[in-house]
Design a protein. Structure first.
Length: 721
């Protein structure tokens, strides 16, 4: 049976399972706003199983594994970031709009959607009712519990809709397996298993139809989904059997179950109305879809117009243009290859005209030594990468005749990527050749590459353009920097020259004063003379200091000790003057972290000063730390700065980190939080603000807990966050 499941999954483009068109349209509209609410994004994505599975799979891919395992849609979207979610939305819309799913299958898609959303809402309520600690995970699992039906619908577009019309609720698993080779719950469980989650999501999906005796001792999530799925299909099931299952699993009685079901059905119907989907319950016969063809065509037309106005290149270009450095651009290229085409790993090789070869570039500077050692001569018989570059065409190592000709360097790149084979994408724009992208590819995915060729070439053009622009920008920046250096040297020389005259006069008078006073006074004057000499030497060295600027080197920082020192500084100074107390609540389990102490100190000073300015006399400011928060085991530490002030107005919260005209008076530049955001970005952390008139304002700072020093090693491997 497992082989049959894998065979079905291999026949389907799992990155392009159908999404309810109106969900895509709403998602595109939201992501195009200037101000985007992440909760609203999660709400829209959380209506559709296919879209949710896509963002969940991307967020748990190797690129984002630094955040730990994620099974909560709100956290998924925060980790991915708006630009990646926007890219996924646009790409899925483009792919689906041009995929021409048969009209006859729209009814099936909408019925699967209706059942999935009903199960998701029920699972969420059951999770809260039974004190399951991860209700959002339960919701997501309920939404995904029928994703196997979407796979079968895509794999058997002619036959499966006919089966689904009679057996939507999935109880005829044996017949489904006989007709199509596998049951949809087994397919869904295997698909989710491939995402390598440690959660019980895949188990819950796979075992959703098992009897009480088989799930009684299972994980809570398995039992929740088993019951939620039964309740969602209660209109065609034996009602008493469902009531008995609810009582035996969780002790839920009939009135409570009816209230829960009524509330959920109302919510799902409201969502259906908003999406233009008409689903009715036929007593004892399940669901029937009555959505008008005209409504679907209107939505499809709106989706098409949206796509025409921006297309794939818009989102890709925005991300690439926002990256100021080569390593960042390479990182964006690798991230988008994962989000758009499902490539888990990739490497970028750039063309060097002076040596006529390709050289590897890493997304992190500390990895440069590894990839920069891979140099490929541009001889077509030496490497598939050279062929791709010279012929300017897509290649993969599983093409007929390619596998035997893979060179040693091709196989080495496969090994470095941990992949079975290579997908090679040329990077060029116009007459200018830029390089090649080598993405890890499995043989089972090779057949799906032909349908993605046009999009991959479109993406490669944007990537090549960004790399060329970056090269041009770097040259311009270097020229401007050299001009600034020369101007600095000139001004520094003028300053040193002008300052030498008054210094010489002071030295002469000090000499005369020493002659007159003599004795022990002369020794004190000599100290002053020595210090004046040092000032003169410092001034004379100013013109050369631009070439030897001190670096703000990172190092091991005891976060708690730094906060204690800052607390003493403020408590004995500004806080004492205003009658405000600082309360420290420190988690002493926090280890020292590898970070820039100066940047962290400046960040905390800004936040404490803001809290101080917002506090009333007699109130307190709380500074707290916490280890191992939210984003995975050992992933982040939290620093919290909390005041009891009046909270921030909505207009301030909407542009919290943007430069503004300060309302605090002429002595405030309005840049404090803008600087904080810049500092937190440089520290590779995150910042969040919660504020209300009733409770005051809290700033949460999340910093990487793991060492980021590339020299530090753990278990014999380089450790990096």
């Amino acid at each position: 049976m497992e082989n049959a499941v894998l065979s079905i999954l291999s026949r389907v483009d799992l990155n392009n399972l159908p999404v309810v068109p109106k969900v895509l349209l709403d998602l595109i509209r939201v992501t195009q706003r200037v101000e985007v609410n992440f909760k609203e994004l999660a709400s829209i994505i959380g209506q559709d199983a296919s879209l949710s599975s896509k963002v969940l799979a991307v967020a748990n891919s190797s690129y984002y594994r630094q955040w730990g395992e994620i099974t909560d849609l709100n956290r998924v979207i925060i980790v991915l970031g708006l630009s990646t979610v926007k890219t996924i939305a646009i790409t899925r819309s483009v792919q689906q709009y041009f995929s021409q799913m048969p009209r006859a299958n729209h009814d099936s898609l909408e019925l699967i959607w209706y059942r999935s959303l009903t199960c998701a809402h029920l699972a969420h309520k059951l999770a809260k009712l039974t004190a399951y600690p991860f209700p959002e995970e339960a919701y997501l699992t309920g939404l995904l519990h029928r994703i196997g039906q979407l796979v079968l619908l895509d794999c058997f577009p002619q036959d499966y809709p006919l089966f689904l019309a009679q057996h939507l609720d999935g109880r005829e698993g044996e017949l489904e397996g006989q007709l199509f080779g596998a049951r949809h719950n087994e397919i869904g469980g295997q698909l989710i298993e491939s995402w390598n989650l440690q959660s019980f999501i895949s188990d819950a999906v796979c075992r959703q139809y098992q009897a009480f005796d088989q799930v009684a001792d299972s994980a809570p999530l398995v039992k929740i989904i088993n019951l939620a799925g039964q309740i969602a299909s209660i209109d065609t099931a034996d009602r008493q059997d469902v009531l008995d299952l609810a009582d035996r699993l969780f002790g839920i009685n009939e009135p409570l179950l009816d209230d829960m079901l009524e509330e959920v059905v109302h919510s799902v119907r409201q969502s259906a109305d908003e999406l233009g989907i008409m689903v009715v319950h036929a007593e004892g016969k399940g669901l029937k879809c009555l959505t008008l063809v005209q409504q679907r065509e209107t939505i499809r037309g709106s989706l098409g117009e949206r796509i025409k106005s921006m297309m794939l290149s818009t989102a890709v270009r925005q991300q690439l243009d926002a990256s100021p450095e080569l390593n960042h651009v390479v990182g964006v290229i690798q991230k988008d290859l994962c989000a758009l085409f499902g490539f888990q790993v990739a490497a970028v090789f750039l063309f060097r005209s002076e040596t006529n070869d390709l050289v590897g570039v890493a997304r992190h500077p500390e990895e440069d030594f590894r990839w920069s050692s891979v140099i490929i001569s541009l001889s077509p018989d030496r490497s598939l990468l050279a062929q791709c570059f010279l012929q300017r065409r897509l290649l993969h190592s599983f093409e007929a005749g390619s596998q035997p000709s893979m060179s040693v360097v091709d196989r080495q790149i496969c090994h470095m990527l941990g992949a079975e084979g290579l997908m090679l994408i040329p990077l060029y724009e116009g007459e200018k050749d830029v390089g090649v992208v080598a993405a890890g590819l499995s043989q089972s995915d090779a057949q799906a590459m032909a349908s993605k060729a046009e999009f991959m070439l479109l993406f490669s053009r944007e990537a090549a353009r960004a790399l060329l622009n970056l090269s041009s920008s770097e040259r311009t920046t270097l020229q401007k920097l050299e001009e600034m250096r020369e101007n600095y040297r000139l001004q520094a020389k003028k300053l040193a020259h002008e300052a030498s005259n008054p210094l010489s006069i002071i030295q002469n008078y000090l000499y005369l004063l020493a002659q007159r006073l003599g004795g022990e006074n002369a020794n004190e004057i000599r100290i002053i003379q020595d210090e004046m000499d040092r000032v003169g030497k410092l001034l004379s060295s100013l013109p050369d200091m631009i070439d030897d600027m001190p670096n703000d080197e990172s190092g091991r920082v005891d976060v708690n000790a730094l906060i204690i020192d800052l607390g003493k500084l403020f408590q004995t100074g500004l806080c004492a003057l205003r009658g405000i107390n600082i309360d420290l609540k420190l988690d002493h389990a926090i280890p020292s972290v590898f970070i820039s102490q100066n940047k962290l100190k400046q960040l905390l000073i800004n936040l404490i000063k803001n809290a101080l300015e917002a506090s009333r006399p007699g109130s307190k400011i709380t500074i707290a730390t916490r280890d191992n928060v939210d984003f995975g085991s050992g992933g982040l530490i939290e620093i919290r700065v909390e005041d009891e002030g009046p909270g921030l107005p909505q207009e301030v919260l909407r542009q919290l980190y943007a430069p503004v005209v300060s309302s605090k008076g002429n002595n405030h530049a309005g840049l404090g939080l803008t600087i904080c955001k810049c500092l937190i970005d440089e520290l590779k952390g995150m910042i969040r603000c919660d504020s209300s008139a009733a409770t005051g304002t809290v700033f949460h700072v999340f910093l990487p807990r793991a060492p980021t020093n590339p020299i530090e090693k753990c278990n014999g491997e380089l450790s990096c966050f």
